[in-house]
Write a protein that binds this ligand. Structure first.
Ligand code: XMP
Length: 325
């Protein structure tokens, strides 16, 4: 019988068997998947787990601070290590515009960062090895990265197809057979707070795949400002649960002419991509109220210097994917 309680019991037993008395680290992204994976593994092996949160500089406004704050409640008190790695990620992404190339680079840097974290944890635990890496990989991630039988590689999710070949860890992926709604039920079963369990999805590669063109610090700052406004207004309208997620995408290599005050502008557009979905495998564009769209558009163009146009993505999935890259 599929019940969240059974899943927890079964996975805890399986994790104990797999990991034994060794150490594991968990890649924490701030999202529901990795939080639930961490909480499961914490329940199974307790002190043998250290969670590692990599701030890759591709997060949204204030997100890293919020994740650190929410951490205690979200993982049953597991140990947390925060690694600031913005400089190295941006350096590796410099000049890169191809979406798959970006995903591979980000996936690889994640692993390299974990390996450095691993070395530190080993040093701090008297040389005991860290053999396992816990990831919150879901069934749809596996399928869409070409991991399922007879499926095509649509995108290399950073935690599946984006992993380098010479990875040194054995993976622990307790959510690999589950869909998002099931993961949420398991999270609730484990006692995680609603703000984590019902958090909208955010991709591991972060804003790196929401900037169409090269990823730079300036472009990230621009997108962060626009995204913060869009999210705040969606929340204020009470639509966070109804809308599955609403990526804001910066068309960094596109410019258009505008007029503001009595001056000409030549700025970038951002795309709003609100979608409704059950499991992210398919999606429809959300029919947001015009008043809300208008408010978001007015605020972004007035408040974010450098963005002079807001457009709405009205494509379902398929044929469009949710993220633009
Ligand atoms: P797409 O763009 O493939 O996205 O329709 C489906 C869902 O997956 C999220 N997404 C990712 N999540 N790592 C993640 O953890 C990734 O590399 C990744 N790429 C896409 C996306 O936000 C949507 O919820």
């Amino acid at each position: 019988d599929w019940t969240p309680g059974n899943i927890v019991e079964e996975q805890v037993a399986r994790i104990r068997e797999q990991v034994g008395s060794k150490r594991a680290i968990c890649a924490l992204s701030g999202g529901v998947d990795s939080a639930v994976a961490a909480a499961l593994v914490q329940r199974a092996i307790g002190e043998q787990l250290t969670c590692v949160y990599v701030d890759h500089g591709l997060m949204r406004q204030n997100e890293s601070v919020e994740i650190e704050k929410a951490f205690g409640a979200s993982t049953g008190g597991a140990k947390l290590m925060v690694v600031h790695a913005e400089d190295i990620f941006l350096e590796k992404l410099a000049g890169v515009t191809d979406p798959e190339a970006k995903r591979k680079i980000i996936g690889e840097q994640f692993i390299r960062t974990f390996e450095r974290a691993q070395a530190e944890i080993i040093a701090a635990s008297e040389g005991e090895d860290v053999a396992f890496l816990v990831q919150g990989t879901l069934y749809p991630d596996v399928v869409e990265s070409g991991g399922g039988e007879g499926t095509a590689n649509i995108k290399s999710h950073h935690n599946v197809g984006g992993l380098p070949d010479d990875i040194e860890f054995e993976l622990v992926e307790p959510l690999r057979a589950l869909f998002k709604d099931e993961v949420r039920a398991v999270g609730t079963e484990l006692g995680l707070p609603d703000e984590i369990v019902h958090r909208q999805p955010f991709p591991g590669p972060g804003l790196g795949i929401r900037i169409i063109g090269e990823v730079t610090r300036e472009r990230l700052d621009l997108l962060r400002e626009a995204d913060a406004i869009a999210r705040a207004e969606l929340t204020a309208a009470g639509l966070d649960r109804e809308v599955w997620q609403m990526p804001v995408v910066l068309l960094a290599d596109v410019r258009s002419v505008g007029v503001q005050g009595d001056g000409r502008t030549y700025g970038h557009p951002v795309v709003l991509r609100p979608v409704s979905s059950e499991d992210a495998m398919t999606a429809d564009w959300s029919r947001l109220p015009y008043d809300l769209l208008s408010k978001i558009s007015n605020r972004i163009t007035n408040e974010v210097d450098g963005i002079n146009r807001v457009v709405l993505d009205v494509t379902s999935k398929p044929p469009g994917t949710i993220e633009w890259e």
